[in-house]
Ligand binder design. Structure first.
Ligand SMILES: [Zn+2]
Length: 358
């Protein structure tokens, strides 16, 4: 074995300074236009960092969407009350009714004040939001991690007291786009073995060490029980069913629950580093997967998603940052066939979100 000869005077390199450039010479495909029109089923318009679109001309946004052939944009930022919903409906929906769908939400903070009456109140609020124009319900990730009832107890995702909310969504035919938990590594200690160390270092509020937080599996298994208990309600599990690291787990839930769908937003970094499993997953569950980005709409991010779905390009960046935001790896395209692309890009969302019947 060759002896290791290190330069004794060499200065150690900090991880933050390490930006290796790949020397692979492989195919690079630029996909500015997707093979089929697209519905972005998971996105935002007033989250901080998403471009403050509620204060800018809608025409500017539509130009970006047109260039990427995004025909419908699902805006999950309708909020809990009537006020924010109203703003979004006025600003976006009225400007281009066919191009936007606005989802409402649940105001968990009211639980403390309303006590046992909270679930019925929230269900009623959902009815009012739907009457005003909300076309779905967005559940944010504090549910299962931070939301507490009026006695201060952490509420589990499948808490039966909340059944009126899910039943009402089903009755109103409002899809529930639900994001619970977070990447598995966010629940692990933030140490030198954590694959999301840099991201967690930059976002202290994304760390959910267990304890004191419930374990990752406690939270996602709660989601599975919730979806199973409400077969009349359509659930879209955000970010590949909230468990992109384990496609077998997600596939099992899809097998058990025909009312369950997933979006791929913010997870091509996960899917693209397991390209064989991901491709099999897309082929098998082609009818259950929705396109979404969960990224500020611009001319850069859509082509990255299209490249991942359409090409067999290898080892490329899944984001536009110099250091990959979600972890130091690169991804591989999964070259989906046209019939699968068509379903994932828009046909599934047409059925599940736009309510189109064939
Ligand atoms: Zn989101």
């Amino acid at each position: 074995m060759a002896e290791i000869k290190r330069d004794p005077n060499a200065t150690p390199l900090l991880l933050t300074d390490y930006k290796p450039v790949s020397k692979l010479v492989t195919k690079v495909t630029t996909v500015t236009r997707p093979r089929f029109p697209v519905i972005d089923a998971h996105n935002h318009l007033s989250l901080p960092g998403f471009g403050d679109w509620d204060k800018r001309p809608v025409a500017e946004l539509l130009d970006i969407l047109d260039r990427a052939d995004v025909r419908v944009y699902v805006d999950l930022d309708g909020g809990w009350g009537e006020d924010i919903l109203e703003t979004h409906l006025d600003h976006f929906k009225n400007a281009a009714p066919e191009r936007f769908r606005v989802f409402g939400g649940v105001d968990w903070t009211k639980w403390e004040e309303l006590g046992d009456r909270f679930p019925e109140w929230a269900a009623d609020r959902l009815r009012k939001q739907a009457a005003r124009g909300a076309e779905g319900l967005k559940i944010w990730k504090q549910f299962g991690l931070l939301v507490r009832d009026h006695q201060g107890n952490l509420v589990s995702v499948d808490d039966p007291r909340l059944d009126p909310i899910w039943a009402t969504a089903g009755e109103l035919k409002l899809p529930v786009l639900i994001h619970i938990a977070d990447p598995v590594a966010f629940f692990d200690p933030v140490d030198n073995r954590n694959e999301r160390w840099e991201e967690l270092h930059d976002h202290v509020d994304w760390q959910f060490p267990s304890p004191p937080f419930p374990s990752f599996l406690t939270v996602v298994n709660g989601l599975a029980r919730l979806v199973e208990r409400h077969p009349q309600t359509t659930f879209i599990g955000a970010h590949v069913g909230c468990y992109a690291e384990n496609l077998e787990w997600v596939g099992n839930l899809l097998d058990r629950c025909p009312n369950f769908y997933v979006d791929i937003s913010e997870r091509i970094g996960e899917l693209g580093r397991q390209p064989y499993s991901a491709r099999r997953f897309f082929l098998k569950y082609a009818d259950r997967i929705l396109f979404g980005t969960d990224r500020p709409p611009d001319d850069f991010i859509y082509p990255v998603y299209y490249r991942f779905l359409e090409t067999d390009d290898e080892y490329f960046d899944y984001g536009i940052e110099e250091v990959p935001r979600q972890g130091r790896w690169r991804i591989y395209g999964i070259y989906l066939p046209d019939d699968v692309l068509e379903k994932v890009y828009y046909r599934n969302a047409e059925r599940v979100i736009l309510g189109k019947t064939e």
